[in-house]
Ligand binder design. Sequence first.
Ligand code: TRP
Length: 457
Amino acid sequence: MENNTQQKRSSFTGKIGFVLAAAGSAVGLGNIWRFPYLAAKYGGGIFLLVYVLLAVTFGFVLMLAEIAIGRKTGKSAIGAFAALDKRFSFVGWLAAAVPIIILPYYSVIGGWVMKYIFGYATGEGSEMAKDTYFTGYLGEVGEPLIWFGIFVLLTAVVVFFGVEKGIEKVSKVMMPVLIIFMLFIIVYSLCTMDGIWEGVLYYITPDFSNFSIMTVVTAMGQLFYSMSLAMGIMITFGSYMKKDISIEKSIHQIEIFDSGVAFLSGLLIVPAVFATSGGSAEALGKGPSLMFVTLPKIFETMPGGSIVGAVFFAMVFLAAITSSISLMETIISIVMDKTKLSRRVSCLIVFGIILLFGIPSSLGFNVWSEVLFFGKLSFLDFFDFISNSIMMPIVAIITCIFVGFFIKPKAILDEAALKPKSFWGRMFDIVIRFVAPIFLVAILVTSVLEVFGVIVI
Ligand code: TRP
């Protein structure tokens, strides 16, 4: 079996192929939906600053470790850890469990996006610009569930018939279009909205009085999520990477691309929230619904706003579905490897599981809105918390310790052809052995204590 997969393991062609594929999987709802609401809630410019600092240090180091582990072993997460050290194969399993938790709630958001495309296409734009529209919609039981189901079904159909390549091609073309489109909407709102510049200032100037430990905790979780780290994905990508391609350069490019899209999404959404709400803490702290509440207000004032809205959400949908496809692929390949079931049967099973697991996240906004984990987290927030704030940090901590003290940093630096004495080489060594593990443990402990209400921050 292992031999078989080895033979089938193809490589990305060309220098840019790897970067595009990895960036394509990394750019998704994490950048467009999650980043802006966290940036708005956790301090604006200070969140941005902390995020960038973490990306160039922790993000770089972890991505380097994962890609190099993958390329060195030629295997995906579970096999890769086992190949390097049998005692660590459990990390591969832990990492592999993350997509199973993420995909169901990711699809619930995907469903919201589809609803919005449909809403604009059927001329409901003005309705959608009202403050109460989104909460009203979430309060309904049936419709969000149906859109969620359609989103999972579309993802499963693509994977079932193996037509990912087609979708990827479309998304590669659409990604630059999305960026240009965003720039266009940003310029429009900067030129027309009252009070928008105050919002821009809030978003880009770090104000240390807005800093709290939660800024760091959430920025770190977001970094993992957005760059698809600490869940074995980059190990798998590395296993397909050719030996003559520079890992270091590729990582810089992926990071710039991923953070660039996140930054633009933030610039699109955060200042507009400010302008339409006068910067009230309540509006900024809206959380997961922020994008859905804010954007329709901009589109409403635009000439041809319905078309702009429909096209915009269609592009967000494309970014979301390429990510959900690769999340589902990951889960299916694990099921296939471990059960020896065929691809299609595995696909049907995974489809059923995701459908089942996603239902609570959707119902958590209506019939089960009374169910609050730790007294405050809805189902969706709870799954998001478990994966981003608990499991991913744990996987990241063990990966750092594994690389730092078992296979040793040099093994990774050699694979990446980085000199131990170079700037990035030195940074890798220090961060992976000391800074990252200590920092990550502190973050993990803080977020657990916070959610249990032991500390208030
Ligand atoms: N990074 C993706 C985003 O920003 C989400 C994601 C997390 C993902 N893990 C993944 C995508 C694994 C593909 C594969 O939306």
